[in-house]
Design a protein. Sequence first.
Length: 452
Amino acid sequence: MEKKRVKSIVGKYMFPTEGTSYMGGLENRPVIAKSEGRTVWDTDGKAYLDFQSGQMGAALGHQHPRMVKRITATMESLLHSSNTMLNVPRLRLHEKLGKILPRPLEKSVFLVSGSDSIEASIDLARKATGGLDIIGLHAGLHGSTSYVTRSVSFNWDRRKHAAVAPHTGSVLTPYCYRCPLGLKFPKCEIQCLTASLELADANFTAQPAGFISESVLSAGGIIVPPEGYFNRVKAECDKRGMELIMDEAQTGLGKTGKLFGFQHEPGLKPGIIAISKHFGGGLPISAVCTTADVAKRAVGRGYFATRSHATDPLLCAAGEESLDIVVEEDMPGKAAQIERWIKSAFRKMAKEFEWIGDIRGRGVLLGIELVADRQTKAPANAETQKIYDYALDKGLIFQIRGVRELKNVIRLVPPMTSTRAEVDQAMSILYDAFSGLKKKGSKRKATAGKKR
Ligand SMILES: Cc1ncc(COP(=O)(O)O)c(C=O)c1O
C-alpha cells in the first residue's frame, strides 16, 4: 500500500491518537504486510527482525507451524460455541493448564484479553477476601480497559481519565537502579515496601483485597524486583487478609526462563495469577488461575466471569497448542539461552559505550537503560530515540520504555524461537547504533531529562 494512501486512510477514517502517546504517529512507521518466524515485512517488502514479538503475542514466533495447523483444523470443525455448554477444546485446555500450574494453583477461568483477565482477577480477590482496596506498583501496567485496569496502570498517566476506580492506589516500585529512597539492596532491607505499606494502611478505606504486580515490570522499563521482595509482599498480604495477584501477561509461559515469572522467587505461592499475550499463540485468549480455596470463597460471594467469546473452541484449541509448544519445545530453556547471548553482548558493549547504564531482565524480557552519565544516571531519552530510529532503519524493531517521563530503556522481547544468528544480527545493528552516537561525540552534549 502506498504511503499516501496510508496517510489518507489514517487522516480520514482512523480514530485519532494523541501524538506523544506510544501509539501516536503510526502512519509514519512501517505498515506491516506479512510475518513469519521472527521476521515481519512492511508494504515495501523491507524485512525487520521483530524484537518486540508483535505486541508480545508472537513470543512463539509468528505463524508457528503447529499453531497454524491446529487453528486451521479447529476452524474447519468447531469455530464458535456457546459458553452455556461445555466444548471439548475448552475442557482439554482447563485440564492441560491445571496440570502444568504450580500447586496450589489449579483452577482456571478463560477470558479474551489481558485486561479482561486483570479485571476478573481483581474481582476474584475482592470476592475471595470480602475486601475492596487494591494496591499495585507505581511503575506497573495492567491493562487498558477504561475503568478498573487503567486505574491500576500507574505507569500510564491516571490524569488522562475522567475518573479512576475507587479503592485503587499505588505503592513504590522496588526500582533498585533508581531507588526511590536512595538506598542500596540488600542493606535497605526493602524499606520501600515497609514505608509503602505503612502509607497504604493509612489510606485504605475498606478491608484491603489485593496486591497486584508483574514479576518483571515490563512497560515500566524491565524492572526486576530484588530477591525476597515478593515473599515479603506475600507475608504482608497474609497479615492483612489480602490476595497476591501476579500479572503474568508478559512474564508467563516461558518468557523469563521459567514457566511462570513468579517462580524466580523461591517458594512464592500467589493465590491468583493472570496469563494472556502469547497464550493463544497469536490469537486472543487469557486466563485467571487460582487455588481451589480462593475459588470456593469467591463463588460463595457470587463470583463469576465470562465473555461471549471467552470459551470459543478456536481460542481454547490455540491455548492448548501453545501450552504444548511451550513445554515440548522447551521455551523456558530457549528463553534462558537467549538471555545469556544478549546480556553477554551488552556487557561487552558496556565496556565501550558509557551510555549503557544498566542491563537487566529475565529470559526474553530484557531492558538496557541508557544514561548520559553513569554517576548521575541522568536519563538519555533523546539518545535512546536515536538508537531506536537507527535500528528501525536497519531492520530491527523493539520498543522504548521507562517509568513515566523516563523514555530511556531499550526493551528487547525477541521471540523465544530466535536463533543465535538472529540475535547476533540484532546485536550487530545495536552495536553500530551505539557507535554512531559515539562518533558524533554526542556523549558530552547528551540531551538528557532531569535526574531522578
Ligand atoms: C503486564 C500487562 N498486563 C496486562 C496487559 C493488558 O493486556 P491486553 O492489552 O491484552 O488487554 C498488558 C498489556 O500490555 C500488560 O503488559
